[in-house]
Design a protein. Structure first.
Length: 128
């Protein structure tokens, strides 16, 4: 049985392990909302992904962790068009930099806020 490399598109992290003794922190849906609750970047997947990542980073900081502590994400994109998902994913992937966090990217029918296109769930680990 010969071993083959995975397809180029599949070259991403698919698993991670929390350090022994770590406390897990679960972040539900970072959304592309401003402080006044309005949706940012209406109609713009990249802008919404950027704002959702900004809000995720704020939530992480409030919990005493940072992007490097994230073990996994689930990215929800309100679209059935793959290019829209890729547009949002590109922004999110770049925001994580060298930290290749295992992530699931999903196209969904609709999200909870008016004009919302992107939402990011995350799990992080920290040793107190």
């Amino acid at each position: 049985m010969s071993e083959r490399a995975p397809p180029r598109a599949a070259l991403h992290s698919i698993s991670d392990t929390a350090p022994a003794g770590a406390r897990l922190i679960f972040f539900a849906g970072a959304c592309p909302l401003d402080l006044d609750g309005s949706t940012v970047g209406v109609g713009d997947y990249a802008a919404q992904a950027g704002k959702a990542m900004e809000n995720l980073a704020l939530a992480l900081k409030a919990a005493g962790v940072q992007l490097e502590n994230v073990l996994s994400t689930r990215v929800l994109v309100a679209s059935s068009t793959q290019s829209d998902l890729v547009e949002a994913w590109t922004v999110i992937r770049e925001a994580f930099g060298e930290h290749d966090v295992p992530s699931t990217l999903l196209g969904v029918t609709v999200l909870g806020y008016t004009d919302q296109l992107v939402e990011i769930e995350a799990v992080a680990a920290v040793i107190d």
